[in-house]
Design a protein around this ligand. Sequence first.
Ligand code: ASP
Length: 467
Amino acid sequence: MGKLALHWKILIAMALGVIWSLISGAYGLNGFTTNWIDPFGTIFINILKFIAIPLVLFSIVTGVAGLGDPSQLGRIGAKTLGLYLITTVFSVSIGLLIVNIFVPGNNSNESTRISHRLEYEVWANSNNIEIKDGRNEMANSGEKELEEIRMKLQSDMDSDEYKTMSAKNSQKDASKKQGPLQPLVDMVPSNIVQALGNGKLMLQVIFFALFFGVAIIMMPKEKTASVLSFFSNMNEIFIKMVHMIMNFAPFFVFCLMAGVLAKSADTLSELMDVFVQLGFYALIVFGGLMVMLFGFYPLMLKVFGVKIGYREFFRGISPAQFLAFSTSSSAATLPVTIECVNKNLKVPEKVSDFVLPIGATVNMDGTSLYQAVAVIFLAQYHDVDLSMMQQLGIVATATLASIGAAAVPSAGLIMLMIVLDSIGLNPLWVAIVFPVDRILDMCRTVINVTSDATVSAIIAKSEKLMD
Ligand code: ASP
């Protein structure tokens, strides 16, 4: 067991976690699992998260300053952002393509579809939203049916879930009113301590780190040498902390899996029902993600001439992938991604330290693909025909939403509300896909992390920094 590679140990731990959750469900031990096993999973995620913020700071400063000259920085920066954008747009397009081919939302019978459609029309009318596909079923329907739908919507709106969601929405509306450049404004910190203290402000930390690193490059070396060595030593210390904690990863991953499953086991039979309905949708998301994972990224590596074999690539980054799967967080996985990319893919630190922390925050191909599929699925489910223009709009909003999503569990689901909203669909529909979201979150995080690793190897290769 001692000699077994880490990813195998993690995989075995995951399987044991699943087995344990079954035993715990069958023998009524879910309470025990939640009280005594699950907290260790939470502790593990917390440790990885507290390492992630300082690591982003130290590694970007070290990475930028290590590049040494501003023109190299500009070039690598432009390449990084360009590649991140290309992979994301490609990923959304794959999502749109398969969801339009397989149409997972049209499974229900006609009367269910009409009633979903009516629900949407009532909602759109009461929110003064123009229905763009030109069909209007309401005229043909009986008043009684409409009244029932209105009452159902009203009772949905009275629920606590609705209230929290609409509170979030009105915050978002308030920020909408602040103008189109608000996202840019939000990227720049007014207080760096605050930015470091809030996991959601990672973009501000990145901005600060880039600026700080550039300032170091612009100054004479003798003035900055000691600061630079401080940052690079701090970087190494945090990476050492990751090593230490990763030795225990299999144990923590076991706790994480057992805990997550035991907590949802109460509603397992309920979940089974929904699973059948949502199964096809989940399968489509999963299929798209697999195309990216096993097709697109290896292909990109080939096209850009990176000499890493197919198996070597997957073997090299598998510890990061397994961790992404079990934590559902690219931020928590970041330290291990850096480690795998350095050690196994032989990408030099000065590239990975710069490319990966930015990627973990802004490059989420899995999330954007999932959002595209989810939006179209929900439209199909409500019998709404989206025009070509609206679908193109989804490419833009899903790309932006994935950039804006924090690298933490369920961030993509929250951003999905914004994408739905932007094309005039009901943001509350996220509740429909919610039951299968966690498992899809685990899968899309694997893709997010794989994409970052791929781009870092391509950039290292293009800079002739790889053996
Ligand atoms: N959990 C994802 C990540 O951290 C984000 C998401 O899609 O929810 O990469």
